[in-house]
Design a protein around this ligand. Sequence first.
Ligand code: PLP
Length: 447
Amino acid sequence: MSRTADSDLAHLFHPYTNLVKHPETGPLVITRGQGVRVYDEAGKDYIEGLAGLWCTALGWGEERLVEAAARQMRELPFYHLFSSRTHPPAVQLAEMLAAQVPIDDARVLFACSGSESNDTAIKLIWYRNNALGRPDKKKIIARERAYHGVTVATASLTGLVNNQRSFDVPIDRIFHTGCPHYWRYGEKGESEEQFATRRAEELEKLILAEGPDTVAAFFAEPVMGAGGVIVPPATYFAKIQAVLKKYDVLLVADEVITGFGRTGNMFGCDTFGIRPDMMTVAKGLSSGYLPISALIVSGEVFGPIAEEAGRIGVFGHGFTYGGHPVSAAVAVETLKIYAERDILGHVAKVGPVLQRGLAALQQHPLVGEARGVGLIGAVELVADKDSRTAFDPKLAVGPRVVAKAQAHGVILRAMGDAVAFAPPLIISEAEILDMLGRFRRALDEAH
Ligand code: PLP
């Protein structure tokens, strides 16, 4: 084992890792990247099929982002936005975001991660309803298999067992309703349309059972990412939004993965006809080069919050590094590159190559469903295709296939037995085919 790997085992506390097995398997030490590829310390190259953690949209080695960071480092490496202070990169980025989101009179509040922005959204929802004199309207509904982060409040929104078990979450006031995974949860004989209607009716029943005067907001990823890349039926969000409107429940779109072209439009909201009251973005905002996230709210959401802050004397929330000038400068440059290189046009061109490739894998004996949109997708591995019977989780089939894929030089991510694909948005057609070819070899070996 290398000196780095040895030292890792002695000193690092790894997130999202089996901490008992880690010393046995050892770390994968990645030392550099270029384009859609990363390289380990022995020089072996891997196609990064998940853009790191769904974030490195422009791939590795994008010199313009390096230059933007260096310029800003020299000019103003730190300043903050507290107490009416401001700086040009944060203002420019807020202006660019406000012009792009499907939100009226948008206001942008910066943070450093998706978790922080979603956590902030929860606080603002509560703050606003106090401001409006509705102190009981505080409950929040998210969905089973959702992923909204890992702070105490956002891990509570997240609907995945590993993020909650033994952590003493969820906190109260947070509820979950079914997720729109038709292939897994659709009933026999039920059409996709009927399934979407059923999910909207379940949401309505939950709101009525809790009392509409106590339900404040609904959180949703346009495409659920960490829950297994779940693409909703076409009419799902229209039906959900009708219910939310009826009971004056705010819609928070978590665009942390789906923002900035991933689904083929600038936002997942555009792809699925969602008009949110609040939106959170991160990851692709800076192409993962530096940490930055944003919570974007409508003027209607902002108004009562501003008035309440005026009554109290200060809006008592903010992160030291929220809207950090170097991160903001990199994000501004990232958004410029997306526009100049027509990243949406590129996704429109190569997205179908990924989706056709995944659909072709559906013929494989291990693949129960292939799904996706734009440049995000997954294949779900099953023990029996006809009955859709899942593998025993103890067999860890998904992680085993992903380990084999890694041996073939492609890094992917298993969420249970769903294997996710979300490569850098700059990926070429040939690289997509190469990635899928390597994955197919891994599948064949696992079969
Ligand atoms: N929301 C979604 C949809 C995510 O996928 C993630 C992270 O993967 C988060 C929120 C949390 O973001 P972070 O890890 O930056 O806190």
